[in-house]
Write a protein that binds this ligand. Structure first.
Ligand SMILES: Nc1ncnc2c1ncn2[C@@H]1O[C@H](COP(=O)(O)OP(=O)(O)OP(=O)(O)O)[C@@H](O)[C@H]1O
Length: 217
């Protein structure tokens, strides 16, 4: 689904590379959690994958253009704007050039938010809003879902529900998932692979390999 080869990146050309010779192959149908200390470059790697930043060196090959992105914070998004969940999805549907109003119901059903379709987005909790963003990302029928810390600012019950939705999309619908993850337990519980970034380098582990490594330490 994705192949990164010999990728180098820094925000400031005079400093050492933030990402220093990153190599990563994400197999179709996998669920890869990107982990690492604060500031190691996880979100930057996501921006590079999405084409928002350009590598200084190296290549990024994406084998689909059906990508759903769920950012940590939606830029320019004002939760107090007087718009309902359904209206928000309609705006997105029009932006995608799609028809079919009934699509909203079935997509909201997938994320357990159908009963909130007429609610104002300003009245939703952080977890409910996150589910609506997942629904919005699903409208483009993504083959690849990219998330940046899906459980940030979300209560524990909603976290469980959100991971269950993402894992369901991965397991039952074959959607490949790449997720920046602070929550290591969630990463180990839900993903198939862990990509650990440290000192600019990245290593891909299967979850079993990563668990075994943790037990050795
Ligand atoms: N636009 C930018 N210009 C300059 N430096 C930046 C920019 N964006 C991020 N950085 C710096 O690059 C480094 C990596 O940031 P990034 O957000 O990718 O890390 P992260 O691993 O996702 O961090 P966190 O876990 O805290 O979210 C940090 O030191 C950050 O301050």
């Amino acid at each position: 689904m994705l192949e990164i080869e010999n990728l180098y990146f820094s925000y400031n050309r005079s400093s050492t590379y933030l990402l220093n010779d990153i190599n990563l192959k994400v197999p179709k149908g996998s669920y890869v959690s990107i982990v690492g200390d604060n500031g190691c470059g996880k979100s930057t790697l996501v921006k590079l994958i999405l084409g928002e930043k350009k590598p200084l060196k190296g290549t990024i090959k994406l084998y689909t253009n059906r990508i759903g992105y769920i950012p940590q914070r939606v830029e320019g998004f004002n939760p107090q704007f007087p718009i309902t969940v359904s209206e928000m999805l309609n705006v997105h549907r029009k932006a995608l050039g799609m028809k079919g109003l009934r699509l909203n119901d079935s997509i909201l059903e997938k994320v357990g938010m159908k009963e909130y379709k007429n609610s104002l987005i300003g009245n939703l909790s952080g977890g409910q809003l996150q589910k609506v963003f997942i629904a919005r990302a699903l409208m483009g029928q993504p083959e690849l879902l990219v998330l940046d810390e899906p459980s940030t600012a979300v209560d524990v019950q909603s976290q469980r529900e959100i991971y269950s939705i993402i894992k369901g999309l991965n397991k039952d619908f074959g959607v490949t998932v790449i997720s920046v993850e602070h929550n290591l337990n969630a990463a180990l519980l839900n993903s198939t692979h862990i990509f650990k970034i440290e000192n600019g380098k990245g290593i891909l582990f299967s979850v079993d390999e990563y668990t075994a490594m943790l037990q050795e330490v």
